[in-house]
Design a binder for this molecule. Sequence first.
Ligand code: PGA
Length: 251
Amino acid sequence: MRLKLVAGNWKMHGGIERNRDLLSIVVSGTAGLQKAACAVCVPYPYLSQVQSLLKNTHVSWGAQNISQHDMGAYTGEVSADMLTDFCCYYVIVGHSERRTLYGENSRTVSLKFKVAQDAGLVPILCVGETLEQREAGFTEQVVREQLDAVIGLVGVDALARSVLAYEPIWAIGTGKTATPQQAQDVHVFIRNIVASYNVKVAAELRILYGGSVKASNAAELFAMLDIDGGLIGGASLVAEEFISICLAAQN
Ligand code: PGA
């Protein structure tokens, strides 16, 4: 039985006061959560604050990106060791905004996945297609290429210490959610790829859905057999929304 995970992706949002208010409501509102896990991935400058607010709570924290390099002359980058200094548990790698706006390709994403794992972090690997790719019938090809790049570098067993997130780009921040069946189909496709290498890893792998998940649609998405939770952007910034989504994950 896979424990569902709801992870907030704050993107470039937040502020010292706002974070404090949001997290105190989220922590108390999800206190009864037993059959699901909950996390927030926050901007780097707030890691220290979030660490002190969330330590000794049931809410985990992480970052949204990581450098593929260990250290050195990489202005503006943040290494795996820096994230572990703040006791991050998760780090998102390969989010579509990183791929499309910052030119990260599948090779870069795989390297990031590897450095994260080598440092003991749990990568949340995002994969997903654009609307044009979906309409042209290339969804499976795109997702397979993104996944194969990682499996090719680290091997399939490494996926056991990671989380996957299927995020169709056309559903991110657009208010347009994939239907539960559309998401389920891709999740099964992903799980089958992994199962073709290792059935046990595939059975235990958590595959989150991301893309306009809200309190109003979370339950129907999470009811699908292969949807093991969500990666939540906009709705993770609204305490009541995020709490409802977390609670929907345990039903
Ligand atoms: P959204 O973002 O929930 O705002 O669509 C999801 C994501 O980008 O992870």
